[in-house]
Every structure is written in structure tokens, then in C-alpha cells.
Design a protein around this ligand. Structure first.
Ligand code: C5P
Length: 222
């Protein structure tokens, strides 16, 4: 039988990865955080001071980027050319530049190709912005997540503060709003709900309630 793909898309900091990880754990599926891939590419370009206006340079640089996942406890550790960068890609310099870099056509083509390869034979949950629309248009289950912007900013703020990062709530709120704007208005596969995606607004839902809702949608395919 064919492998099952669960595509989770939505705005920044909507709890996509929290739900995706919980689902993967419960169903024994693989979890892939596609955002981590765009973040790792961004880190590479920032470190190398890559000129983002030079497309030949970008295409060349992409050939020197090797991304790998180490799926321990479904936490999806990502390796950039063998180096664990899971922590660094969550920090503000990457968050502030990732939407600009993920808008580049060549970057998207390279990431989508690798994502499709990963979803060829295994049951998996993948979260991102274009998973249900571009990467896996035939995914059995598609969820489109959303939540009140203030709640999202507060959740992300608490997460970063707990990790010892020095950020302000305003800064986070602005970053989320800016990324959502860039992600929904870009030319190349903008964030949009697939016609057949189920909307999940989790503003007033616990993690458990979200999990239950999603499992209910996936169960018929398992
Ligand atoms: O999911 P996360 O917030 O970590 O993603 C970081 C950024 O990567 C997004 O704001 C978006 O610009 C980009 N992204 C994307 N397509 C995906 C996943 C993430 O463009 N499938």
C-alpha cells in the first residue's frame, strides 16, 4: 500500500511543529520540519556573506549545502554539512532573514526536490508553508493551521526566553507579522491554504485537543 503523508501548513509560530511531532510520535511516522531546511540554508548564506542578488552564486552555493536530519525523539535535529545547527537556526539573525531567502526560486527548487525524495516511501508528517500545495499536492491529509497573532507571539516569546535568548515580545510580534507578510505575498509558492486542507485554528485549543482532532482526520488512512 502507498505511504501516508500528512501535510501541515500555516502561519509562523502556530504550533505546527508541536502538533507534527506529537502526531509522528503517536503514529510512528517520520517527522520532517521543512522550515528547518530553509533556516539552515539561511544560516549558510549569512555565514558566507553570500550576495543574494547574484543568482549564479546562489545556485553554486546550493551545491555546497548538504542537509541531513537526525530524528531523535522526533525532535528533528538538522545537520548543515555535518554540523548540528538545530539551536542556531532558531535565533533571531536567521529568523530575520529566512523569509527573504526562502523566496528565492532556486532555493525552493532545491528544498522541494529533497523533501519530495524523503516522502516517497515512508509514512511522514511534514510541516511548512507549501507542503499541501506544492511539495505533496496528493497528501492524504492536509491541515492548515492558524491562531491569533498575539497568542502566537506570546508562545514564541516564552519559548525563546526559556532558552535564555534576549528578545522582546514586540520584536517577536514584528518578526512573525513580517514573515507572514513575506511568506503570503511572495511570487514563488506563497503560503496559501490548499483547497482540500482542513483549517485548524488552535487559539483556544490545548495540544491534546489538537492532537485528537488531527488523529481523527488521519485515522481513516492508517
Ligand atoms: O516553519 P518556520 O517558521 O521555522 O519556517 C521559517 C521560514 O521558512 C518561514 O517563515 C518561511 O519563510 C520559510 N519556509 C518556507 N516554506 C516551507 C517552510 C518554511 O518558505 N515549506
Amino acid at each position: 500500500s502507498k505511504n501516508i503523508v500528512v501535510a501541515i501548513d500555516g502561519y509562523s509560530s502556530c504550533g505546527k511543529s508541536t502538533l507534527a511531532k506529537a502526531l509522528a510520535k503517536k503514529l510512528h511516522f517520520i517527522y520532517v520540519d521543512s522550515g528547518a531546511m530553509y533556516r539552515a540554508v539561511t544560516l549558510y548564506f549569512l555565514r558566507n556573506d553570500t550576495d543574494l542578488n547574484n543568482h549564479d552564486l546562489i545556485i553554486d552555493a546550493l551545491q555546497h549545502i548538504d542537509l541531513n536530519f537526525h530524528s531523535r525523539d522526533y525532535q528533528s535535529h538538522i545537520l548543515l554539512n555535518g554540523e548540528e545547527v538545530s539551536e542556531e537556526i532558531r535565533q533571531m539573525p536567521v529568523s530575520e532573514n529566512v523569509s527573504r531567502i526562502s523566496a528565492i526560486k532556486e532555493v525552493r527548487q532545491a528544498m522541494v526536490k529533497q523533501q519530495q525524495k524523503m516522502g516517497k516511501s515512508k509514512n511522514m508528517v511534514m510541516d511548512g508553508r507549501d507542503i499541501g500545495t506544492v511539495v505533496f499536492p496528493h497528501a492524504q491529509v492536509k491541515l492548515f493551521m492558524t491562531a491569533d497573532p498575539k497568542i502566537r507571539a506570546e508562545r514564541r516569546y516564552k519559548e525563546l526566553i526559556a532558552k535564555g535568548e534576549e528578545v522582546s515580545l514586540e520584536e517577536i510580534f514584528e518578526n512573525l507579522a513580517h514573515r507572514d507578510y513575506q511568506d503570503t505575498t511572495r511570487e514563488e509558492s506563497p503560503l496559501t491554504r490548499a483547497e482540500d486542507a482542513i483549517i485548524l485554528d488552535n487559539t483556544n485549543l490545548t495540544e491534546e485537543e489538537q492532537l485528537k482532532f488531527a488523529i481523527g482526520k488521519i485515522e481513516p488512512f492508517v
